[in-house]
Design a binder for this molecule. Structure first.
Ligand SMILES: [Zn+2]
Length: 581
């Protein structure tokens, strides 16, 4: 690192230099005096032509110049800090378009969660908790998906009945499995009725199986966040956002905030504790009646782009179907024989769950569109994708939907027909490569290799001109590589480039994308989705100085190493924020 040198500039004897010196004395430094210069690097600008440069200058939190060392050093003034990158690669600050930061931050706030990757591990965890939990109180098995258990099988009530003295809840997100004590605690019997949009699983004799699909309201006596004070929630959120920064992220999309979470973000920002830029997706409760939801949308004091470059609102979201890791994603065809084992299904024709009927979806989305919102739904299965595209087409007939930059979220199971509809309307894709990495192998057993042909089809999207924003869907756990789901952006890019699963199999190599394209999915393209492409996403003059220096060359290092790339310096708004001082 160089010590900033006072330049010879003000010692000149020309009239011009005298004037400049006077201006400097008066405290009005010439515009060329950068706050920070990063030189002797490989600056991957991710501009339109993917230009590589050598140096970059920052002033007032923005990029003031990009070019060769010689030209950028012209920007050096008496107060400029100059950093020698020693040939290191500098990327635009990375974006994760899809996280759940509050939930993730709280998940290990009180202590680390064990890796639950088998029935034996689940059993050991529950027994350990039982020893320190008063009888009759809940034991919750933290979020675990059957696709990530070595048995490749959903735990059953019978399995969880090894624990008799405590109600046990196995959390598989939209699906919950209870043991018999759990069913008793919630008062769920053969006579219980399923709630709207949800389902109490029952066997042939009509007895509850312990499986609850999309029915968390039935759980009695368990409030999983109530024991955190507001101060703890703020701490947990701030710490998680700092972990994102350390991973090389300079902005994230939080993809399902409610009024309490909006409040937490606003408080962090007001206290100067927001470590990176956040774009919030508002997700109201889709099970409410249409009129109530429409009233909420109309009276909410925010819509897309309300806020500033640090914290703003992005998208209006409804959850349209369940998850593919738990067999509730609404598919175009049934889950088949292996789905029975993996997800504990009893009905061979089961295609998953669609939570919102088309007429309701159209009414709510129409109101949100009229209020100025960008629209999305959680749509994992192909059936849900087709449903949401139907809605978007109806709205598009009234007024082109393209300018709202509305998008499919997940859209894990695609089809050429659906992609053609997206292209026609200008619909974007919000994708998560970690699902392919962690679940690809199990899902291939359910759907077959052909059935995985359009599983996260990034090559087809890009060739069709569809903008692809990439993220992780990080929801549980703190570690960037071991969380559910891992939020290491280099793991995500590596998966997009290789299509490799954690079992070492390449899933449809024809859908691979290039390193340059993968970098765009974590920079300019999510910035575009967030209506922020004019202010960030690339290293260009006038954009915000959000930058990340990395320990090896992303563009030329061996492919296997891409996922192991480590950020060595993260800059946000022109300030070095990681490593923390
Ligand atoms: Zn999500």
């Amino acid at each position: 690192m160089n010590v900033p040198k006072r330049r010879a500039r003000f010692s000149g004897s020309t009239v011009l230099h005298c004037i400049l010196a006077l201006v400097a004395v008066a405290g009005l430094l010439p515009a060329a005096d950068a706050d920070l210069i990063l030189r002797n690097g490989k600056i991957v600008t991710v501009d339109k032509s993917f230009t590589i440069q050598q140096a970059v200058a920052v002033k007032g939190g923005k990029i003031s110049a990009v070019g060769s060392d010689a030209s950028i050093l012209q920007e050096r003034g008496p107060n400029t800090r100059v950093i020698d990158l020693n040939g290191k690669t500098l990327l635009p600050g990375l974006v994760d378009s899809h996280v759940h930061a509050v939930e993730a931050g709280l998940s290990e706030f009180r202590g680390p969660l064990p890796p639950l990757n088998s029935f034996a591990a689940i059993r050991a965890y529950v027994s350990q908790q039982a020893a320190k939990t008063p009888k009759g109180e809940w034991i919750v098995v933290p979020r675990t998906f059957p696709t990530r258990l070595t048995e490749l099988q959903m735990p059953t009530r019978e399995f969880l009945d090894f624990e008799q003295d405590h109600p046990v809840l196995f959390d598989a997100s939209y699906v919950l499995i209870l043991n018999s004590a759990g069913l008793r605690k919630c008062g769920i019997t053969r006579d219980s009725l399923s709630p709207t949009g949800g389902e109490i699983g029952k066997d042939k004799k009509g007895e509850p199986t312990g499986v609850l699909k999309n029915a968390p309201s039935l759980i009695v006596g368990l409030d999983r966040t109530a024991h955190f004070t507001e101060a703890e929630k703020l701490d947990a959120l701030e710490q998680q956002l700092k972990r994102y920064v350390a991973a090389g992220l300079t902005s994230v999309g939080d993809r399902a905030v409610n009024p309490e979470q909006i409040d937490l973000y606003q408080k962090l920002k007001a206290a100067g504790r927001l470590p990176l830029r956040v774009v919030m997706t508002w997700r109201p409760d889709a099970s409410l009646p249409v009129g109530t939801l429409q009233q909420q949308i109309q009276s909410a004091p925010y819509t897309t782009n309300t806020g500033d470059s640090w914290l703003k609102f992005g998208t209006f979201k409804l959850t349209l179907d369940g998850g593919m890791t738990i067999g509730t994603a609404y598919q175009r065809y049934p889950y088949g024989a292996f789905g029975k084992q993996l997800y504990g299904k009893t009905d061979p024709d089961d295609r998953g769950q669609l939570f919102i009927p088309p007429a309701k979806l159209l009414a709510i989305m129409g109101t949100a569109r009229d209020r100025g919102w960008q629209l999305t739904t959680h749509d994992q299965g192909g059936g849900a994708v087709d449903n949401f595209l139907d809605t978007l087409e109806q709205l598009d007939r009234e007024k082109p939907i393209g300018p709202t930059r509305s998008h499919l979220m997940h859209a894990s199971f695609q089809s050429p027909e659906a992609i053609a509809r997206m292209k026609k309307m200008g619909i974007l894709a919000d994708v998560q490569a970690p699902w392919l990495y962690l679940d690809g192998a199990a899902l291939e057993q359910v759907f077959g290799y052909e059935g995985m042909k359009y599983f996260y089809p990034l090559r087809t999207y890009i060739d069709s001109g569809i903008i692809v924003a990439a993220g992780s869907d990080h929801m549980i756990g703190h570690d960037r590589n071991n969380a559910v789901n891992p939020y290491n952006p280099f793991l995500s890019m590596w998966t997009e480039i290789t299509r490799l699963t954690n079992q070492g199999k390449v899933i449809h190599p024809e859908q691979k994308i290039t390193r340059a394209e993968a970098l765009r999915t974590h920079t300019v393209w999510p910035a575009y989705l967030q209506f922020a492409e004019k202010e960030r996403g690339s290293i260009e003059v006038g954009k915000l100085a959000d930058l990340v220096a990395i320990d090896r060359d992303y563009l030329t290092c061996p492919e296997a190493q891409i996922k192991d790339i480590q950020p060595v310096m993260v800059i946000i708004d022109g300030k070095i924020v990681s490593p923390a001082k």
